[in-house]
Write a new protein. Structure first.
Length: 155
């Protein structure tokens, strides 16, 4: 539900679980969110996408308006990726929402210490996932003012 006078904001989802991605994609559609959902499978790929490096070198990747970040991923987990994103002056203004199965108080506390904007535990049912996507969409794409970007990554 992007604001009518603006282009839909890209959601970049970092999650290694195929089922979680497919269900999130379906929930976004059910929620009538018009935002583009792009997926990366781990923290390394996330940072490559954001820095336009690795497999994304030379590609015109779109700067995300929001990152949905799973904590438990291979190669580089969400905690490490979050630390790098929030310590990079060129990336730290991108809102990051931890979207994970973890309910551990330590993960919640550490995520906020690292600069996460929100922490959401993945719902168990599809109906609740739709409700979360609607709320996420309303908050991030209708209520909050996000920093303007030129829509594409710097080369």
């Amino acid at each position: 539900m992007a604001k009518p006078d603006k282009d839909p904001i890209v959601i970049l989802m970092a999650d290694d679980d195929d089922d979680d991605f497919v269900l999130t994609e379906k929930a976004l559609k059910e929620s009538k969110l018009l935002n583009t959902l792009i997926r990366v499978r781990d923290g390394e790929e996330l940072l490559d996408y954001l820095h336009n490096s690795g497999e994304y070198t030379g590609q015109n990747t779109t700067r995300p308006g929001v990152i949905l970040l799973d904590l438990n991923m291979p190669r580089k987990d969400g905690r490490e990726a979050l630390r790098e994103i929030k310590s990079d002056p060129g990336l730290r203004d991108i809102p990051v929402v931890v979207f994970t199965t973890s309910k551990a108080e330590e993960d919640i506390y550490k995520s906020y210490q690292l600069g996460v904007n929100s922490f959401i535990t993945k719902p168990v049912t599809f109906e609740n996932l739709i409700a979360v996507m609607k709320a996420l969409g309303k908050y991030w794409f209708e209520i909050v003012e996000l920093p303007q970007s030129n829509g594409s990554r710097r080369s």
